[in-house]
Design a protein around this ligand. Structure first.
Ligand code: BES
Ligand code: MN
Ligand code: ZN
Length: 499
């Protein structure tokens, strides 16, 4: 998709299609009013006949409007003007893309950026258009021999702004949107790749390639070094697999030298069979997505690198497979973590926390201002929150608020879950310092409690993305979440640091 910024007349410009908005009151947007005037009230008469009510998620494609130079005009329903929010805005953009996906139009000019949305600057509105369009047109056919050969749909989109003085901001917004979309798209791709391709070694190669391209510091630790560091918990998970584990450290150091870094830690289980506590067969293929936390860290690094964000950020990715094998960890085994705490593995399927705890201990050496881990950690989180909200846990309420707010702004929302002391005894073990499971009740909370035992030295938050990182069923595919939330969080931190 090619994007550009325009500042043009809706009736005079030559394009395959002009995209304009209509509110539910049948009130026309400014550009729509211009087209209506140019066509002698053609749009008003069509609306009067009742062909479009302006409801959200509805569109009407018109051809050859008198007095209008472009071939087509797409009317997009915006819903109620009083309720027109960021979310409605993005929805309207999405339906415009969908409406044109089967038309002959390949070039279009969108006038949706002119719509006022509470508290959103032109820059943000343009960014949101680019992000949404790229999210809606994303396809994963890299490993299909027969590519879908649809020539239909938009390949060139110009985003029009009303004032010449807005062009500069619009261009900056376009750059923001493209940077976010490329991180989201990387996260989707890595998730969607099959687990025989996207192995721990592959993830390490991706990190090296990303670092090379954007001049980032990167290090990949191998098994021997992990042994020396005492990461018995991480190694315990990896030992049932033929694939060697990797421990990736990425550094984006573009903030002031003395500025303490934000550390992102991503769960990178490239396939989760459950290990000896084997999972049932149904939908087990989806456990290729168990590295989506890692993918979101790589995606976020790509985005902030493209934005050249002035902040110090470190990414840590422990990555391995969880497989059953003669050498695999057994239920009942006790592992010694890097922190020194011993862990009784009561269920080898609760492996995410076992690889994360050593990464969280490793994070201490960076003296972080905050650590955020991102993990497809528990099925219980999906039961609690479904597929809309990411589960958010934190040992610091201000950090939790910051992340919640970032999620709201980025349309990538999280929900604050409790991390109360009352839940901690559920992890008591008769044979080690801590057990790796806490029973059926409050499964996502006890998983977070487990992690909290390893994060006492810094401000920390945990994002359980088990329900939000990918979609099942007919639309099966990675979502790229929570790259938008993380990016927003880091951009806000950079803005505050450089005020
Ligand atoms: N990767 C899974 C969590 C998961 C399951 C995410 C289904 C999305 C959909 C994780 O490693 C796991 O297996 N967790 C167990 C924990 C249990 C054994 C305490 C779970 O949720 O069942
Ligand atoms: Mn598991
Ligand atoms: Zn898992």
């Amino acid at each position: 998709m090619e994007f550009s910024i325009k500042n043009d007349n809706p009736e005079k410009l030559h394009s395959d299609c002009v995209i304009i908005g209509v509110y539910e009151s049948q009130k026309l947007s400014n550009a729509a009013q211009s087209l209506d005037k140019a066509s002698d009230g053609y749009l008003t008469s069509i609306l009067k006949r009742g062909d479009l009510e302006g409801k959200a998620d509805t569109t009407l494609l018109l051809h050859s409007l008198p007095g209008v130079a472009s071939h087509r005009v797409l009317l997009v329903g915006l819903g109620k003007e009083s309720e027109f929010s960021e979310k409605q805005f993005s929805k309207a953009v999405r339906s415009s893309v969908k409406a044109l996906s089967n038309s002959g139009a390949t070039k279009a000019v969108s006038f949706l950026a002119e719509l006022p949305v509470k508290q959103l600057s032109v820059r943000r509105r343009v960014a949101l258009i680019a992000e949404t369009v790229l999210d809606a047109t994303y396809r994963f056919d890299a490993i299909k021999k027969k590519k879908e050969e649809s020539k239909k749909g938009i390949t060139n989109l110009a985003i029009n702004v009303t004032l010449a003085s807005e062009v500069k901001d619009a261009k900056a917004g376009l750059a923001d949107g493209l940077a976010l979309a490329s991180g989201v798209s990387l996260a989707k791709d890595l998730g969607n790749l099959p687990p025989n391709v996207c192995t721990p070694t592959y993830l390490a190669e991706q990190a090296l390639a990303l670092a090379k391209k954007h001049d980032l510091k990167v290090k990949v630790l191998e098994r021997d070094e992990l042994k020396k560091l005492g990461m018995g918990s991480f190694l315990g998970v990896s030992q049932g697999s033929e694939e060697p584990p990797k421990f990736i450290i990425l550094q984006h150091l573009k903030g002031k030298k003395e500025q303490k870094p934000v550390v992102l830690v991503g769960k990178g289980i490239t396939f989760d069979t459950g290990g000896i506590s084997l999972k049932p067969g149904a939908e087990m293929d989806e456990m290729k997505y168990d590295m989506c936390g890692a993918a979101s860290v790589l995606g976020t690094f790509k985005t902030i690198a493209e934005l050249d964000l002035a902040l110090n950020v470190i990414g840590i990715i422990p990555t391995c497979e969880n497989m059953p094998d003669g050498r695999a960890t057994r239920p009942g085994d006790v592992l010694t973590s890097m922190s020194g705490l011993t862990i009784e593995v009561l269920n080898t399927d609760a492996e995410g926390r076992l690889i994360l705890c050593d990464a969280l201990t490793y994070a201490e050496r960076f003296e972080p201002s905050a650590v955020v881990d991102i993990a497809t950690l528990t099925g219980a989180c999906v039961i609690a929150l479904g597929h809309y909200a990411t589960g958010l846990f934190s040992n610091n309420d201000d950090l939790a608020k910051e992340l919640l707010q970032a999620g709201e702004s980025a349309l990538d929302r999280a929900w604050h879950m409790p991390l109360w002391d009352e839940y901690q005894p559920l992890l008591d073990s008769n044979f080690a310092d801590i057990a790796n499971i806490g029973g059926r009740a409050a499964g996502s909370i006890t998983a977070a409690c487990f992690l909290s035992r390893f994060t006492k030295k810094y401000d920390w938050a945990h994002l359980d993305i088990a329900g939000t990182a990918w979609k099942s069923g007919k639309e099966k595919g990675g979502t790229g979440r929570p790259v938008p939330l993380l990016t927003e969080f880091l951009v806000n931190r950079a803005n505050n640091a450089n005020k």
